[in-house]
Design a binder for this molecule. Structure first.
Ligand SMILES: [Zn+2]
Length: 481
């Protein structure tokens, strides 16, 4: 396997990634709370988790990847009460919707996707151990974690207890020994889902689920933990406090956090204003476009959300998928490109290096695009060298596996990208069949050498925002500009 560097938030340094067992990664990523359709903002954490999973696998690691579903939570209970539904049934419905979203986004299934409601015995057992070790205490059916006892509290977020005590106004809760103490188990209120426990009927606090699930599926210690940057404090800090108190060893060596999508950079345009859920975006533009947007910026950089990002993604995807089609159709057996084979060796090394350099997809894709540019330049000259074509396909496969940005049916994808462009321009009412008919009419006009009619149709299509391309093989294709 290839050596990888990851920016570790625990040390605030990019470090060589080390695993407990050589070649095997125990990886945990905090998943969504399922009370509604997910927002595009949630998609970034999901896609970044999938990227880590894919890249590590591609670079030769065996990855055990756990991503949880929070299906027991205040937000779920509130929403279920509003709708007059059972909370667990509501959460289950949105777990399924989230799974559909992840498929649209081209994500590989994690090894395990546990739910809180399925992990109750492990959660209760872990809370018991925390109490036994003196870090937890019980007050009126509630179990709290006593933060000041955990001396390393703040080591990830660099938020220190002193500043919490004096700096930030903390809601003072009568039965807490310290304002930073947090809930491990809370007693059930009427109408809420609840489980039996040694402390009476109740349900877990939010943070304990990840500690319990990580231990259940990955053991006492993890190699890599990921989540959105907003989870660093208090959620991840509390996960560390719980796991290290219960397990007596370091919880995780490497912590990686993705930045936010930035919705404030431009005035939200009319066409994007209502495209806020992943599902709506997928219906309007496709999941492939969303995945491409989310991977076009390094995961640790803030990413601007807007039409410009969609347009740029569509343009890049067209280049990639046109390349895939052209490579498939290209004649081989000649000498074209034989002088580029050694360059391809360098290209592959650079792509691997950038993927392993804190998952730098934009840099890796830069090398991939310059490879496409070379191909576009030479492929028109004649039949390709067999080895050149073979190496291009190998590199395409590498990028495809590591990023999920190359798709199986490029012709179909290009067609759908056309529709996306149309939706972006708000001209969704034009029927593609009208354009197909005009294109056909123009082919007839050209066959009968009626150049005037042919030009008229071209201009008309142009005014509709459609560009036609006469291919060398005699076929005609069209796209929205
Ligand atoms: Zn978590």
């Amino acid at each position: 396997m290839q050596k990888v560097k990851i920016f570790n938030n625990l040390t605030r340094k990019k470090e060589e990634f080390k695993t407990d067992i050589p070649g095997h990664v125990k990886f945990y990523s905090c998943g969504p709370t399922t009370y509604d359709f997910l927002h595009v903002g949630n998609a970034r954490a999901l896609v970044v988790g999938d990227l880590f999973h894919r890249v590590l696998k591609t670079l030769g690691y065996q990855v055990t990847f756990v991503r949880n579903y929070t299906d027991v939570d205040d937000k779920i209970i509130d929403r279920a009460n509003e709708l007059g539904m059972d909370a667990i049934a509501l959460a289950d419905k949105f777990v399924k919707e989230c799974e559909a979203d992840t498929r649209h986004l081209g994500m590989l299934p994690p090894t395990f996707t546990p739910k809180v409601s399925d992990t109750m015995p492990e959660i209760i057992q872990m809370i018991q151990v925390i109490i036994e070790r003196g870090f937890g205490y019980v007050v009126d059916g509630e179990v709290l974690y006593h933060v000041p006892l955990f001396k390393e509290y703040g080591k990830l977020s660099k938020v220190h207890l002193d500043s919490l005590q004096h700096g930030i106004r903390v809601e003072v809760d009568g039965h807490k020994k310290h304002p930073s103490d947090f809930v491990l188990w809370k007693p059930a209120k009427a109408g809420e889902p609840s489980w039996d426990s040694p402390w009476g009927k109740g349900r877990p606090g939010w943070h304990i689920e990840c500690s319990a699930m990580a231990k259940k599926y990955l053991g006492k210690s993890l190699d890599l933990h990921h989540g959105g940057v907003d989870l660093q404090f208090p959620h991840h800090e509390n996960e560390i406090a719980q796991s290290e108190a219960a397990n007596g060893c370091e919880f995780c060596h490497t912590w990686a956090h993705n930045e936010f999508l930035n919705f404030g950079s431009e005035k939200m345009s009319k066409s994007l204003g209502n495209v806020v859920t992943i599902r709506k975006f997928v219906e309007t533009y496709s999941g492939e476009v969303l995945r491409h947007i989310l991977l076009s910026v390094h995961y640790r950089s803030k990413q601007d959300w807007g039409e410009e990002a969609i347009e740029k993604a569509i343009g890049e995807m067209e280049r990639i998928h046109q390349f895939t089609i052209d490579l498939k159709k290209a004649f081989v057996g000649g000498h074209i490109g034989d002088d580029l084979i050694s360059d391809l060796q360098v290209t592959e090394e650079k792509i691997r290096e950038e993927l392993g350099n804190d998952f730098n997809v934009p840099a890796a894709m830069g090398y991939f695009f310059s490879m496409i540019k070379d191909f576009n330049r030479v492929s028109k000259m004649g039949a390709l060298d067999t080895n050149y074509a073979k190496r291009l396909k190998e590199i395409k496969l590498l990028v495809s596996e590591a990023t999920g940005l190359i798709h199986k049916d490029p012709e179909d994808l290009l067609k759908r990208l056309n529709q996306s462009k149309k939706n972006l321009k708000g001209s969704g009412s034009t029927d593609d069949s009208v354009i197909d008919k005009l294109v056909q009419e123009r082919i007839v006009a050209r066959t009968t050498k009626d150049w005037k009619r042919s030009d008229e149709i071209r201009d008309r299509l142009k005014s509709m925002g459609v560009e036609i391309k006469d291919n060398p093989d005699g076929t005609v294709s069209w796209t929205y500009k």
